[in-house]
Ligand binder design. Structure first.
Ligand code: TPP
Ligand code: DXP
Ligand code: MG
Length: 629
């Protein structure tokens, strides 16, 4: 990018350069950093609004802390773009989240300034506490700082860490970056308390009234009343909430005012023990469109900053999330016991329409996946029909709850697992690579994967009709384009569908792999089965296919280890059937960022890759014509 518009920023190749600047220059640097960030993300796409809101904080923290010696830990990490720009990655930032560019989140492999790998939220205080304790054990005098948003602070792990830190009392500074937003509006009782207080409401009034009263009181009564005022303050000021947890509370301060931030941080740097600085910021700061609509600008595709984001194309074919969204509204209309639950992912999980149409049955738990799972279990205990819409990767947080609270008690909770499989730009932290493996081993669970959009709706209807727990997993984006009708009819449980009869080889495909399997099956004249259910497997179909074919190949967009193919192998062993079997799925490694199509190609799950794997395995050149995708 032409740097002539960013002369100060151009001189910053590492935070040490920033620390050489006179303090008076920092607002100008921040302004250039913000402009650069906007111009860059507008070209590349990525997380925008959180970074815009964290510009001054990032400048101030790198100015006051001696990074990378001092440890700076970001929560979630979607706000880290200004940090990456200031820590030697300015030139690369234009390729953020591309195959050959930096990751969208801090990553220890990428830079010494990225002290902890993140992507999933609410880990920063725990990690920073570990680092602070390590420093003291190693007799290293360094400062450790965690930066967590008000959204991040809604998760149990963040509170567990505060509770622990307040007890063991490390040298730990926590910055609360409070912009009153998660991806959508932040929710929760604590958030409401913050908001009321920051708007100068409750405590301001109480304090004014108390002051007036105090002035009119005689001496001893004044003393008593003063103590009472402290008590009232204790109930209302968030500072004391943190102080009860053993933290010294400072703030709130304006997180965009460097003249205020720098001296406060300098003083806080000199202190010891657990302390928290409450900063008030605005998500999207400095770009009017993002300030006005931080939800839309949380994560963006490339756009023209002068024109803003393009309006969504209503006529575009439905993606899987849309299919789920429509189904949920339809089933909720038909059955008043249906609830829609999201752990802070209303937009991404397709719950906006449901929230508008059925607000009384819509629950945003905040970033609280564990709670969301058990909450759904509780609803199910009383005969309600909870549907938990959750990204595959975030359900990992609620795994014990899934086992202990849902499947062990055989409770009918529907898990609508979005972003299952490879997710593209978010990369390794967000891949939905494991859910077949971790769901299919659970007794009572029904595990489904649709081959197309129509089947997705049918499977959701199947799921809600069951007496036990079930999941329907679908990938990010669009499917093959077979659109559902309005029916709420389900599919028979545990029944596969033979899509094509061929000879010799049978491809047993799960979910998103059915479409490429059909193309390859056509080319190889192989049988293709849409397996539909990972659990229960259609063992009758499997036996028939195994007895009439020489080789079997399983295909899934999940790690091979413990996945759907493993389920097939286990079933064959149980049925005492032996024949050569090839498992095609995600590799035994973490797949990095890029476009979803690129990732599929990289791991050999595109049509060409699958064809190649199979022909190599079959050990001979198969005469075939493959229509490439
Ligand atoms: C465990 C987990 N659940 C959900 C998400 C999705 N997510 C990413 S950012 C975000 C909102 C974070 O809000 P906050 O911490 O306040 O940061 P802000 O965007 O407001 O700066 C959510 C819900 C996640 N990354 N990790
Ligand atoms: C940081 C984070 O976890 C979310 O913002 C996530 O990137 C959203 O993913 P989608 O864009 O697939 O909804
Ligand atoms: Mg926030």
């Amino acid at each position: 990018m032409d740097m002539s518009a960013y002369p100060l920023l151009e001189g910053i190749d590492e935070p040490a350069h920033l620390r050489e600047l006179p303090e008076g220059q920092l607002p100008r640097l921040a302004s250039q950093l913000r402009e650069y960030l906007l111009a860059s993300v507008a070209r590349s796409g990525g997380h925008l609004a959180a970074g815009l809101g964290a510009v001054e904080l990032t400048v101030a923290l790198h100015y006051v802390l001696d990074t990378p010696f001092d440890r700076l830990v970001w929560d979630v990490g979607h706000q880290c773009y200004p940090h990456k720009i200031l820590t030697g990655r300015r030139r690369e930032i234009g390729r953020i989240r591309k195959v050959d560019g930096p990751a969208g989140f801090p990553s220890r492999d990428e830079s010494v300034y990225d002290t902890f790998g993140v992507g999933h939220s609410s880990t920063s205080i725990s990690a920073a506490l570990g680092m602070a304790l390590a420093s003291s054990n190693q007799d290293i005098t360094r400062k450790t700082c965690a930066v967590i948003g008000d959204g991040g602070l809604t998760a149990g792990e963040a509170f567990e860490a505060l509770n622990h830190a307040g007890d063991v009392r490390p040298d730990l500074l926590v910055i609360l970056n409070d912009n009153e937003m998660s991806i959508s509006e932040n929710v929760g009782a604590l958030n409401k308390t913050f908001a009321r207080l920051l708007s100068g409401g409750v405590y301001g009034n109480v304090r004014e009234e108390a002051k007036n009263m105090l002035e009119r009181m005689p001496g001893p009564m004044r003393e008593f009343a003063k103590r009472a005022e402290e008590h009232v303050k204790g109930m209302l000021v968030p500072g004391t909430f943190f102080e009860e947890l053993g933290f010294q509370y400072f703030g709130p301060v304006d997180g965009h005012d460097l003249d205020e931030l720098i001296p406060v941080l300098q003083r806080l740097r000199e202190l010891d023990g657990p302390r928290i600085l409450h900063c008030v910021t605005r998500k999207g700061k400095g770009y009017a469109r993002a300030e006005a609509n931080p939800i839309a600008y949380h994560g963006v595709k490339a756009f023209d900053p002068a024109a803003g984001l393009k309006a969504s194309n209503e006529a575009a074919p439905l993606n899987y999330t849309d299919v789920f969204s429509q189904w949920l509204c339809d089933i909720a209309k038909a059955d008043e016991r249906v609830w829609g639950i999201t752990p802070a992912m209303r937009e991404g999980s397709g719950l906006v329409d449901f929230a508008n149409q059925y607000p009384e049955r819509y629950l945003d738990t905040a970033i609280a996946e564990q709670h969301a799972v058990t909450l759904a279990a509780g609803l199910a205990c009383e005969g309600e029909k909870p549907v938990l819409a959750i990204y595959s990767t975030f359900l990992q947080r609620g795994y014990d709850q899934l086992i202990h609270d849902v499947t062990l008690q055989n409770l009918p909770v529907v898990f609508a697992l979005d972003r299952a499989g490879l997710v593209g730009a978010d990369g390794a932290t967000h891949q939905g690579a494991f859910d077949f493996s971790f769901m299919r081993c659970l007794p009572n669970m029904t595990v489904m994967a649709p081959a197309d959009e129509r089947e997705c709706r049918q499977m959701l209807s199947t799921a809600i009709s069951l007496d036990g727990p079930s999941s329907v997993r679908y990938p990010k984006g669009r499917g093959p384009g077979t659109m559902p009708d309005e029916s709420l009819e389900g599919l028979p449980v545990g029944q596969a569908e033979v899509r094509r009869r061929g000879e010799g080889v049978a491809l047993l495909a799960f979910g998103s792999m059915v479409a490429p399997a059909e193309a390859v099956g056509e080319a190889l004249n192989a049988t293709v089965v849409n397996m539909r259910f990972v659990r229960p497997l259609d063992e009758d179909c499997l036996r028939e296919i195994a007895e009439t074919h020489a080789q079997l190949i399983t295909l899934e967009e999940n790690v091979v280890a413990g996945g759907a193919g493993s389920a097939v192998a286990e079933a064959l062993a149980r049925l005492n059937i032996q024949l050569p079997i090839l498992h095609i799925g995600l590799p035994d490694t973490y797949v990095q960022h890029g476009e979803r199509d690129e990732q599929l190609e990289m791991v050999g799950l595109d049509t060409t890759g699958i064809h190649q794997r199979i022909t190599t395995w079959l050990g001979h050149e198969v005469a075939s014509t493959l229509v490439s995708d």
